[in-house]
Design a protein around this ligand. Structure first.
Ligand SMILES: C[S@@+](CC[C@H](N)C(=O)[O-])C[C@H]1O[C@@H](n2cnc3c(N)ncnc32)[C@H](O)[C@@H]1O
Length: 395
């Protein structure tokens, strides 16, 4: 069904115009966006056509195109342009080398494919459409139809409305195909247990796949490894695969650790070198400091915001309080790998924060990890580069 599209002309903040011209596609809430007509599908400002998102808390509109077309032409061509961009994104990833190495990858990755706030994830041919912008709800039928036509070999199709607001976060809903939500996928020779539809996430973070690929044997072989905020154990499985001497996986959720243990049992016959620790990271760090427990490799990947047992804190607060403790339990010549997974804190700011906290401690920044392969961010759009990891070597 073709939606009846409306547009509305508005002024933008001069900074928004400057950044749009540089390729930054978001309009963040300000006094100008307060005047946006909530009924409009498009916000038009000189040659910029933006998709209006009144429901979103922060990102009030996203760039659709820069054009001299009339409002009527933009509306008339919208559906064809949407279909074209989806097809281009799918074609771009066909036959790329990562298909031989993993069964999880993104066919569509939002702004990088000029489909702002829209993602399409493939998990062993099960497809999940994710809407990070609320306006896509109106075009759900069109998007579903084109994906069903273009990827006819998929097993099932699901849709998820992703939200920054935790109370609005719901699992994907089933759309079509065979409803078999529990299955295995393979990535770099390791198997992962996946379940769609039961929780907000499914058991693996695919945007980290290209980073996992870079984190090889030298970080894990014969090393003692701490995987802090382990989730279902993607880094744990890797450490075990490369022959770590000992691996501790820490997560505050027992449900999540039970999936991690299932993943271990699926991949390894001997898991005696592994220990699951179901505790808050902060408490575990206190225990390790008290017992003088040291690790050769530490991977720390906290959520962007979380509850530490007393209050809600940001990833930045966490590192401000705990980075030094993490450094202290890293062995000399060991690696401390810290991740920051939020578009609200840039890679530069993250590096500056690390340098400030560690001050004159003996360390060097060895490697930076960023999104890659199927998830390439846009130039001049630092928020698209939301996932960053820094490998700190202790000297
Ligand atoms: C971003 S995920 C980690 C992803 C994981 N590193 C991976 O690569 O698959 C964050 C995890 O932190 C856990 N978590 C949240 N707050 C925690 C806390 N205070 N202490 C320990 N784990 C916590 C959550 O249960 C979740 O599994």
């Amino acid at each position: 069904m073709k939606p009846n599209l409306k547009s509305s002309k508005h002024q933008l903040h001069p900074h928004s115009i400057k950044y749009l011209n540089l390729g930054h596609p978001w309009i963040i809430k300000d006094t100008f966006t307060e005047k946006f007509n909530p009924e409009a599908d498009f916000i038009i400002s000189s040659e910029f056509v933006l998709l209006n998102d009144p429901e979103h808390n922060r990102i009030k509109a996203r760039l659709w195109q820069k054009t001299n077309q009339s409002e009527q032409e933009v509306a008339k061509n919208f559906e064809a342009e949407l279909v074209k961009r989806i097809v281009v994104a799918l074609k771009k990833r066909q036959g790329l080398p990562f298909h031989n190495e993993r069964e999880n990858f993104f066919w569509i990755f939002s702004e990088a494919d000029f489909l702002p706030g829209l993602q399409l994830l493939s998990l062993n041919k099960n497809l999940i459409i994710s809407f990070y912008a609320y306006y896509w709800k109106k075009y759900e039928d069109i998007i579903v139809k084109v994906i069903q036509n273009e990827l006819p070999n998929h097993t099932s199709l699901w849709i998820q409305y992703r939200s920054e607001n935790q109370s609005k976060q719901t699992p994907p809903k089933f759309i079509s195909g065979k409803q078999e939500p529990i299955f295995l996928i393979e990535e770099f020779g390791l198997k992962y247990n996946i379940e769609i539809g039961n929780a907000y996430d499914f058991g693996i973070y695919t945007d980290m796949a290209s980073i996992r690929k870079q984190m090889g044997r030298e970080l894990f072989a014969q090393k003692s490894v701490l995987n802090l905020f382990s989730y279902t154990g993607a880094f744990t499985l890797q450490a075990m695969k490369y022959g770590a001497k000992h691996v501790a996986s820490v997560d505050s959720s027992s449900v999540i650790l039970s999936v991690l243990e299932k993943n271990l049992a699926t991949n390894f016959s001997d898991i005696s070198t592994h220990q699951s620790v179901c505790k808050k990271a902060e408490a575990v760090l206190r225990d390790y400091a008290k017992n003088k427990t040291i690790f050769d490799t530490i991977i720390c990947d906290p959520p962007s915001a979380f509850y530490d047992g007393k209050k809600r804190k940001s990833v930045k607060d966490f590192y401000q309080e705990k980075l030094m403790e993490l450094f202290d339990i890293t062995a000399k010549n060991g690696n401390l790998i810290v991740f920051c997974n939020t578009h609200t804190f840039s890679e530069d700011n993250f590096v500056q924060l690390i340098k400030k906290i560690l001050g004159s401690k003996p360390f060097k920044i060895k490697t930076s990890y960023r999104l890659g392969e199927d998830c390439l961010p846009l130039k001049n759009f630092p928020e698209g580069n939301y996932l960053k990891g820094i490998c700190i070597q202790k000297n």
